[in-house]
Design a protein around this ligand. Structure first.
Ligand code: PAF
Length: 264
């Protein structure tokens, strides 16, 4: 396809597809001739085997969804095809300080696994353009660094978060929420919006504390709610107009992340 001068857009996923993934595929189709989607539950990016085993796998449904949208090629390799004998990971230690905070701190080694599999996928698929969702914002910064260092010819696209009607960010993990947890989950976006709507020099710290307190109420298990610089992910100690608010909480056995970018 490259030889035929067709442009290749790539949407890497771990399956359990939902509208958020389909929106990435549609974004890719607008920019490229051919859209490749990969489904590969990458073992090296999971910290706990229980999380890997519990990760939803819905291949038949995923294939139906891909047939219904603009995907041209599904790449669905086996673990042995991607890793052979060795599950060795490359290191992201020297990617910069942003690698060690937030998800990097909560899930040690996670980004090493992400970079390891994406290098393999990029070398196999040879995309011209890649499409990633803003929900995994820190992962997007990691991917941009990988591209900058090793695949400078690939164009990176940061695509908006797809949300349910009540604001909950779409995620493959949402299917694991009980009915009661699902009813509470929109509070995550509500509190991000509370911060964004009161993002003023005099209030930003008090509103951040209030949102953190709100997300510490049972049954939420609070991990972080942090206002950071969007480029460096350095936690803000003074007010700045352009910021990103990132949050991670657990509801029962499900860990949920979300974020909101605030622009002047
Ligand atoms: O975001 C994901 O689904 C995964 O981290 C990715 C990018 C497909 C790598 O396994």
């Amino acid at each position: 396809m490259r030889a035929a001068n067709l442009s290749i857009g790539f949407v890497p996923t771990m399956g359990a597809l939902h509208y958020g993934h389909l929106s990435l595929i549609e974004a890719a189709k607008k920019k490229c001739d051919i859209v490749v989607c990969s489904i590969f539950v990458n073992p090296t990016q999971f910290n706990q085997e229980s999380d890997l085993n519990a990760y939803p796998r819905t291949l038949e449904n995923d294939i139906q969804l891909l047939l219904s949208c603009s995907c041209d090629i599904l790449f669905h390799p086996e673990v042995s095809e991607m890793y052979g004998e060795s599950m060795e990971k490359e290191s992201t230690e020297d990617y910069g300080n942003f690698i060690h905070v937030l998800e990097g701190a909560s899930r040690p080694g996670h980004f090493d696994g992400v970079v390891t599999v994406l290098r393999k996928l990029f070398l196999l698929v040879l995309p011209h353009q890649v499409f990633f969702g803003q929900k995994d914002y820190q992962q997007c910064l990691v991917v941009q660094t990988l591209i900058h260092r090793s695949f400078p010819e690939i164009i990176f696209h940061l695509c908006p978060i797809a949300r349910e009607m009540d604001g909950l960010a779409m995620s493959s993990r949402n299917v694991r929420l009980t009915e009661a947890e699902r009813a509470l989950a929109p509070k995550i976006f509500e509190n991000l919006s509370l911060v964004a709507n009161n993002w003023k020099k005099d209030y930003w710290q008090s509103v951040l504390s209030q949102a953190s307190i709100n997300l510490q109420q049972e049954p939420f298990v609070f991990e972080y709610l942090s206002a950071c610089d969007p480029k460096s992910l350095r936690e803000l100690d003074t007010f700045q107009e352009n910021a990103i608010i990132l949050v991670a909480v657990r509801l029962g056995s499900t860990r949920l992340i979300d974020n909101l970018i605030i622009q002047a």
